[in-house]
Design a protein around this ligand. Sequence first.
Ligand code: PGA
Length: 246
Amino acid sequence: MDRRKLVVGNWKMNGLAAQLGEVEAIGAFAAAHPSVDVGLCLPATLIAQASAVSGAAFIGAQDCHMKDSGAHTGCLSAAMLTEAGATSTIVGHSERREDQGESDADVAAKALAARAAGLKVILCVGESLAVRDAGDAEAVVSRQLLASLPDGAAADWLAIAYEPIWAIGTGRIPTMDAVAAMHAALRAALATRIGTQADGMRILYGGSMNGDNAAELMAIADVDGGLVGGASLTAAKFAPVIEAAG
Ligand code: PGA
């Protein structure tokens, strides 16, 4: 199955208008690498301005609410993000699962809300270090994935990001064998729910991916791209990751 590589930056709570030049440079680099799908999931405050300068890179959000509207102070609906210029959103990032207490059911509901507003979705899963050390990582993350997967999940609007929590922002990554085994396990888990659609669904790796390790990670058969935090904040750091996917 030929899956186009997808490389997405996650800026988290970083970025002011002063960084729009980086968005523009990343968009220009993406235009020069048309075989790779490139996107940036930005703070919502930057989405409208970034959409105007992002060229070949799509602009996404980092979360959306599961409801269309209502009394949810400080939250943003999927339609608001779409109107601002987002074409995709992350849901279920481990930082939100932990900081905001989001459950698997919340994540599935958010994915459906995003889909209903026309957003593509990057759904994150991943294990803690305790789970990894206990030797249960593949079973635990497979269960988490199936519990978070929205009804009607399909490869044309949803991608998975496997992000071991202990690898995020730490400079540590699993062994290549461990990444390969996890991605194969997740694809097999997907197949139990969505059958042959699982072959076309992109499964990204995330957690300390950078220009030094991206080529090796993305050469793994079931790794279809990356979700990149720290190494996506500047064009200089992100360009080698995009290049590694091409
Ligand atoms: P990192 O973050 O690349 O800085 O480890 C990845 C993520 O949390 O999506």
